[in-house]
Design a binder for this molecule. Sequence first.
Ligand code: SF4
Length: 400
Amino acid sequence: MYGKFLTHMFACPFCSLHCDDLEISLEEQNLTSLFPICPKGINGFSNALSSLASNKKDKSSENWKEDWTRTIQLIKTAHHPLVIIGGGISYTAQRLAAALARQINAWADSPASLGGCALPWTAVEVGLTTCTLGELRANAEILILLDIHLEEDYPRFTNRIWRPGTQQPELLEINSHELFQITDQDPNEPLIKTLVHLRLCFSNFFTEPVIELCHTIGKMLDVSRGAIVFSSRLVSGGRMLTIELFGLLHKISVAHRCNWQALYLPGGSNWPGASQALSAESGYPCAVHFSPRQVKFSPIMYSATNLIEQNAPDLVIGVGDIGWLSTKALNRLRETPTIVINSVPLMENVGIWLPIALPGVDDKGIFLRADNVPVHLSPLIASQNPSAEYILQNIMEEFK
Ligand code: SF4
């Protein structure tokens, strides 16, 4: 039901910050004002509403019944299914998707494996857990923002984390491309020293005496607790860079006996919830194999992108948004049996699309923010689309 109304304190489902104080005005299906919201949020709402307006699929239609029958058949006959848990669905649905993967002995992955999974892999290897925004607020004395542009990417990041009156850690914003261009700045300026040494670490990680460099960085920063915050922009910019980054964190922690943490700030919807859901079901943050008797974890071998690129799964079930797969993997899906359970189709002529409602637009649901705070989303408008929970519960019923 579209209508003209103004509503306050709406939560946004389009990035992991989930700003929950939006004022939204709708006239028919068009947004006429959104305040305060960033361009990403405006695009998200506009696209969701126009997609909803053009969505002809209805759960009672013949089309839908055919697709449902094919979905169940495909899952029943698959030998090596892969379930990918994305954002754009509630945390409850993410938990159900993880449970479905376990039930049908599938591989499962979440966006935490993005970029070659250096984050969980290195974190597990060195015993360094990733931190939440809350932990970061409580612990970090210094924060290095790596390839994160607060104004563009997270316009209300600072307000969200550091409310007036709370102590704010020192912030260093670093652009990884610029790291390689700094040569003649004042060497006494701490930030420049940091950048120069970070550049050395990144560019000579395997040849320089890294421990020495990290000692230097640790002393120079003169803090015992810090965090590096990064987003998928860095990861997609270079797998090796990410691996080196975590190697650097490890070396700093060990050599300097200080506590550095890493925080991945995903840009896409409620990705943190997807990783938490998979972790709750398997004990691991991403990329697991439920087929063996004991759950196997290997973000390198089992990541959705790698598996699809290698043609390993004979069925891919994407729950929520899976558009973050590599281009090669997405193209492979044109030849791989695929079921997409999402509010928008993945690509034209790819698999079966079971449309669902999107929490915050035409459904309610709880999203987990990056700092694990649950955010309750309310529907902006009503639609005929079923929830992801409804679809997943019905699929699971078929396999009891
Ligand atoms: S910062 Fe994120 S949650 Fe906030 S309005 Fe923009 S897209 Fe939405």
